[in-house]
Design a binder for this molecule. Structure first.
Ligand code: NAD
Length: 272
């Protein structure tokens, strides 16, 4: 059964609010994607940088489902923007994935992301890619992009989890009708020892990952937890049969420490 809950993006395209992340899934990608689709996922998040686009496509084919039923995101990598290879890598990603549903600028590479956006707009306007967006953009990056953009990004994928709740940036994205998508939604595995989350999860008879994924969905966000284990992939998706109370949502909000899980992954100061 498909997990059908989706969100309408600013161009009218629907994106399933829950997807499978495949960063560092390496040789297990193909099977994880097939498992996820069997479980009901219809959204996969990859990137050229992850080196597994072809395995994502194979996993979709293995599942027996039509490619058009799965929403697939990929991203343009930093070095390809610097090398002005954008068109080549977009064409290659389209081949690797049997088409691109959503294409994102992976990081706001200074002096390069505006040019990249103009190229992405060409593909979008021709109808080759259904949705274009950005990732790791702060307000300042977005403001710079919007000065010359013809098309407003539909999505901003940012690090977001209970220790980095990103309230201001989500509000800013919302003010422009840009959907926010959470990467590292389980704080890259750091949430599992949290006593507050443990206590709240117990109340709902849910696991910590289910509680946190649900918290993200109830905030109106899109979320892409990663696992290559079938049981965990299924667990992370079993979040549509309960609702976190306003009081408990606030308790989870209260865990925010504005803390990035990887210090070097700072959109204002990254060296990759
Ligand atoms: P995540 O927060 O999804 O955490 C993944 C970790 O949690 C893994 O170690 C996994 O084994 C563990 N885990 C998952 N489900 C579990 C469960 N039910 N019980 C116990 N442990 C569980 O981290 P992530 O992979 O960094 O982020 C998710 C996705 O976001 C990535 O796979 C990728 O697609 C995307 N991403 C994007 C960017 C970007 O710059 N745009 C950066 C990083 C990740």
């Amino acid at each position: 059964m498909a997990l059908t809950m989706s969100k309408k993006l600013n161009n009218g395209v629907e994106i399933p609010v829950l997807g499978l992340g495949v960063y560092e899934s390496a040789g297990a990608t193909r099977e994880a994607v097939r498992d996820a689709i069997e479980i009901g996922y219809r959204h996969i998040d990859t990137a050229k940088f992850y080196g597994n686009e072809s395995d994502v496509y194979k996993g979709i084919l293995d599942s027996g489902i039509d490619r058009s039923e799965v929403f697939v995101t990929t991203k343009i990598w930093n070095d390809d923007m610097r090398a002005h290879n954008q068109r080549e890598v977009i064409e290659q990603s389209m081949k690797n994935l049997g088409g691109i549903d959503m294409l994102l600028i992976h990081w706001p590479v200074k002096d390069e992301f505006v040019e990249t956006w103009k190229i992405m707009e060409e593909y979008y306007k021709r109808g080759d890619i259904r949705v274009i967006g950005v990732s790791n953009f702060h307000k300042t990056h977005m403001e710079e992009l919007l000065k010359s953009a013809e098309i407003t990004p539909a999505c901003n994928q940012i690090e977001l989890h209970p220790y980095l709740s990103q309230v201001e940036l989500v509000d800013y994205n919302n003010s422009l009708d840009i959907a926010t998508e959470c990467w590292g939604p389980l704080a890259r595995g750091k949430i599992f020892e949290d006593e507050t989350l443990k206590d709240i999860a117990k109340k709902y008879d849910k696991s910590i990952s289910q509680l946190v994924v649900r918290w993200e969905i109830q905030r109106g966000l899109i979320t892409i937890p990663k696992s290559v284990k079938r049981t965990r992939i299924a667990e992370n998706a079993d979040v549509f049969d309960f609702e976190i109370s306003t009081e408990d949502m606030k308790l989870i909000d209260g865990l925010n420490e504005n803390k990035r899980m990887i210090e070097s992954a700072d959109p204002d100061n990254f060296n990759f």
